[in-house]
Design a protein around this ligand. Structure first.
Ligand SMILES: [Zn+2]
Length: 378
């Protein structure tokens, strides 16, 4: 009887100890909590208990890149470049990370931005060369800087900061842009070839351009025009032009001051397709072959001839009656300050000095201290 009882007790004890670990495991398992694991490209970064808070932090992180975008732009998509997942998991309380740690990891930076200070004589051309990026890239990194007007002491970003978690933004923006007017020439045998009389001023038209833009960490990575719609047709200018020859200019298109290929940039306001900010272009850019001759617009006296910041090699001629003309980005200057020049006289050669992405003439017309649309003058 006693023997039987002992066996029974022993069996109970053995069973108890055999089951106990499993019981502990089950109890432990019940102690596990539901939590959220943040994964980047399949790699676990951290675990947090609140999904809402994590999503809020991620949202705030992405939003910092929306701050500089034009308020009128339509943001189509905000995503991470990496594959980002929030996975529901069951974990022990001690495996859960704080939101502070989560934020730290989300905001982590791989490489800080590189900034340089503009020194006297600097321009986008030499700065881009010195920093091994293109002028275009330099403009993309510094959308608020007008390359024609940079000043010593100002800072320029030459390399963007590189966050660990990349944010890609797709947006569309409707921007109103000018449409150039054409010039109708009326020949006049009593005038010299360089003499022109504006019979009717041209008026630029307007078009609406729809841009599709992709930003990576706030900077443009692609820009495409989806559609263009004319809002207002331009009104052509009518100019009386002399036929009496003084100089032969040849070339494709005679713009008077240079024989060029086309007008690559118009006078007036441009709206930055990303920031929506407006910038004024004080002249027109005429794309032309490097070395092409540049001629004085009309009779006058040279008041500036030499290097002028973003303008590069630049000439300013005073024609009297409050009229001045500027010729920028020249490769060569053939005149000196104080020199008198005649209409059509060779004064320089096409170049790409200063802030210029290619050989062209930046031509400005200044009337009583204010720039005018040169299309009405050439
Ligand atoms: Zn220009």
């Amino acid at each position: 009887m006693i023997k039987k009882r002992i066996i029974l007790i022993l069996t109970a004890v053995i069973l108890f100890f055999a089951v106990l670990p499993r019981l502990i495991i089950i109890v432990e398992a019940f102690k596990k909590e539901k939590a959220y694991q943040f994964m980047v490209n399949g790699e676990p970064w951290f675990i947090v208990s609140e999904k809402d808070s994590l999503e809020r932090i991620l949202g705030e992180y992405q939003e910092q890149y929306l701050a500089n975008i034009d308020k009128n732009a339509q943001v189509k998509k905000v995503t991470f470049s990496q594959k980002v997942e929030i996975v529901e998991v069951e974990v022990k309380p001690e495996e859960i990370d704080s939101l502070e740690l989560a934020k730290e990891k989300i905001y982590a930076v791989e490489e800080a931005a590189v900034e340089i200070e503009i020194k006297k004589g600097d321009n986008f051309w030499n700065l881009s060369k010195a920093n091994q990026i293109t002028v275009n890239e330099l403009e993309i990194l510094n959308p608020d800087v007008d390359p024609d007007k940079i000043f010593p002491g100002e800072k320029l970003i030459v390399k963007p900061f590189n966050p660990v978690l990349d944010v890609s933004i797709e947006l569309e923006n409707l921007v109103v842009e000018p449409v150039p007017f054409k010039i109708e020439y009326k020949k006049d045998h009593s005038l010299f070839k360089n003499d022109k009389k504006i019979l009717k001023e041209g008026v630029e038209g307007q078009k609406e351009v729809n841009y599709h833009i992709t930003l990576l960490n706030g900077y443009q990575s692609s820009l495409q025009i989806i559609s263009e719609k004319n809002l207002q047709e331009p009104v052509n200018a009518i100019v009386q032009i002399g036929t009496k020859t003084t100089v032969s200019r040849g070339g494709k298109i005679n713009y008077g001051v240079v024989s060029g290929k086309r007008i690559s940039s118009l006078y007036g306001y441009r709206i930055h397709p990303i920031t929506g900010r407006r910038r004024f272009h004080e002249g027109i850019d005429i794309a032309a072959t490097h070395g092409n001759r540049v001629y004085a617009y009309t009779d006058g006296r040279v008041v500036e001839a030499g290097w002028n910041g973003g303008y590069g090699n630049c000439i300013l001629i005073d024609h009297g009656n409050g009229l001045k003309t500027r010729y920028a980005h020249l490769s060569k200057i053939y005149v000196r300050i104080g020199q008198k020049v005649r209409a059509g006289e060779r004064i320089g050669a096409i170049g790409s000095t200063g802030n210029s992405t290619g050989p062209h003439l930046h031509f400005e017309v200044i009337k009583n201290g204010q720039t005018k649309n040169p299309l009405n003058y050439i």
